[in-house]
Design a binder for this molecule. Sequence first.
Ligand SMILES: Cc1ncc(COP(=O)(O)O)c(C=O)c1O
Length: 300
Amino acid sequence: MDKLDFPESPLQQITAPELDTAGVSLHIKRDDLLHPTIQGNKWRKLKYNLKAMAVENKRALVTFSGPFSNHLYATAMACKQFNIQGHAVIRGPQLDLNNPTIRMASACGMTLHAVSRKEYRLRNEPEYLAQLEQQFPDTFVIPEGGSNHFALAGCKELAQSLPDSDYVCCAVGSGGTLAGMLEGLAPDCQLLGIAVLKGAQYLRDDIQRLNPQASGRTNWQLLCDHHEGGYGKFSAPLWQFCQRMRRDHALPLEPIYTGKLMFALWQLVAQGYFPRGSRIIAIHSGGLQGLDGLRYRGLI
Ligand SMILES: Cc1ncc(COP(=O)(O)O)c(C=O)c1O
């Protein structure tokens, strides 16, 4: 087995009266258990980036992230695991060395470069990237969140690992995970994305840009009304729901991505959105390290 091929993560069936009443079945693809430290969709996206990096014979990478980011955590862990020299350009202006994500990334040996918010906005600009290439010669560039062309292959693999179902549901931030998974699903399986940010309609175009095949497919949908106030925001009932899922179903969730997804799913099930007999799979895309950041900021 290639060192980048982790064994597949398990599927967990959820049984609950709400699901029985609606006549649907629900399994969770526990990608949070894919690897002890490199979790969820972040690994799915990194995998083929790291392969491309090896093909290009590069030993260092540079990426971009906010200070509490799941992508930063997973990339730092991957750099440590595979002995890669990692640089991260962090949205600053300062680095808070007590922030648990920053602490972990730094402990993994990643070099962290805090930049002003103004500079951070340039992260996808070709001139800025050219400047970074001078600063970090011979370094592989991975965009914020890891959503690029290489990421799609890993997300396609995730979809191909799933058993037959009628619906596959995932949380959507940049749309990379959905765009990639669409490639690996049977055309009669509906892919349902729950947008975690406000005003996310524009993501439909982003998804089609990331995966041009998406415009010809009718088996995907982006639901934009479950953002709970916007990115990073969550209500008390949503956080209570996350805690209830952990207690009653041994399903750990955080309220920014996977909690929002499951909370939305629970509401859709109650509304009769899914026809009776539907087999639903929800993707647990990881991100549990984010709980430490929320605790650190006193938000939970
Ligand atoms: C835990 C988790 N789930 C889902 C997503 C959304 O993935 P995407 O940006 O590919 O839509 C993210 C992205 O940041 C994430 O960290």
